[in-house]
Design a protein around this ligand. Structure first.
Ligand code: ES4
Ligand code: ZN
Length: 321
């Protein structure tokens, strides 16, 4: 049933779709030495204790991405997985600073991703949008420079987001950056309430103008916040297998997805960094269906939510629903 339903994915870091096999292929192509001997060796390294222990490995892995073709190949491989999973619309994040800080041009990154997405629409019928994320462990000035650098390609992006190490980097740090991005016509989303407190979700909404919250699972700590999110139908892009791997919840059986859904929150299911967390979007749906005993109606609601929470036009959305 899960496979049969056309769905949208709204929380996906393209750098997080880098499978070990492609990592080795790109390392060889670009003459880069990896600190791993084999694909199995890489997979064994994917044991995380929290968000930071994952991010360290994830940023190191992205080092093999050098040319426009590399970014194209990465994105194309993800689109083929979308086709397998019956994902018909996807809104993907990329982290320009992960690449520009090691000397890769912004243009190289965005052109490779964008041309693969265009091909995906033509050849696979998958519609898509690009969201540029700022790394919150870096300064607001660096984010502002990235925003300015990206101006020639704003017509290829639907919005900006905020990711990386959450605790100690509250949304308010990026208030001016997000105000400028919105002035340029970009939408705003932000990771909040993954490891950070419910207050960061308020901050993302009130200080950054975020229209959608990535993760947001900590919202249940604040009843007033839950009321607000329900009343305004602010979407939460939840990533169950990510939360399990990064120990946001000790066991998937303890996940609050079902509880949030039953409170009327606009929650969706997404894969985050599927190459690192052990599953693409259908794996995430199946895992929560089993761990939380979700009914067919609940699965259908989650799939409907994925379109209602998306940035696709109302006309297109009606076609999908
Ligand atoms: C991320 Cl799971 C997660 N949280 C925050 N930032 C990220 N970047 C890539 N995956
Ligand atoms: Zn994420």
């Amino acid at each position: 049933m899960i496979h049969a339903l056309p769905k949208a994915e709204l929380h996906l870091h393209i750098e997080g779709t880098l499978e070990p096999e492609l990592m080795f292929e790109l390392a060889a192509r670009n003459n880069i030495q990896l600190p791993y001997h084999s694909v199995e060796d890489v997979r064994r390294a994917y044991e995380f204790s929290d968000l930071q222990s994952f991010l360290d490995i994830y940023y190191a892995g992205a080092g093999v991405l050098q040319t426009e073709q590399d970014f194209y190949d990465l994105t194309w491989a993800y689109l083929l997985r979308c086709q397998q999973d019956n994902v018909v619309h996807t809104e993907i994040f990329f982290d320009p600073q992960t690449h520009t800080d090691r000397g890769i041009h912004f243009e190289t990154v965005i052109k490779g991703i964008h041309s693969a997405l265009q091909e995906g629409e033509k050849k696979l019928g998958i519609t898509s949008q690009i969201i540029m994320c700022f790394l919150r462990h870096l300064s607001a000035e660096a984010a502002m420079q990235t925003l300015e650098m990206s101006r020639p390609w704003h017509h290829w992006m639907i919005g900006v987001g905020l990711d990386s190490s959450e605790v100690g980097h509250p949304p308010e740090k990026f208030k001016a950056v997000f105000a400028r991005a919105r002035h340029y016509g970009l939408k705003a989303v932000a990771h909040a309430g993954e490891e950070g407190p419910a207050d960061y979700i308020w901050g993302a909404i009130k200080s950054l103008g975020a229209e959608r919250i990535d993760h947001g699972v900590r919202c249940e700590d604040d009843q007033q916040l839950v009321n607000y999110l329900v009343e305004h139908q602010v979407p939460l892009t939840v990533c169950p297998l990510s939360n399990e791997k990064l120990k946001v919840f000790s066991h998937l059986e303890d996940h609050n997805l079902k509880s949030m859904l039953n409170k009327g929150l606009l929650v969706t299911v997404n894969s985050d960094d599927p190459a690192y967390f052990g599953g693409y979007v259908n794996d995430n749906y199946r895992a929560v269906q089993s761990a939380l005993s979700l009914t067919d109606d609940e699965i259908c609601q989650l799939v409907k939510n994925s379109f209602n929470a998306s940035f696709i036009s109302t006309e297109l959305r009606t076609g999908y629903l």
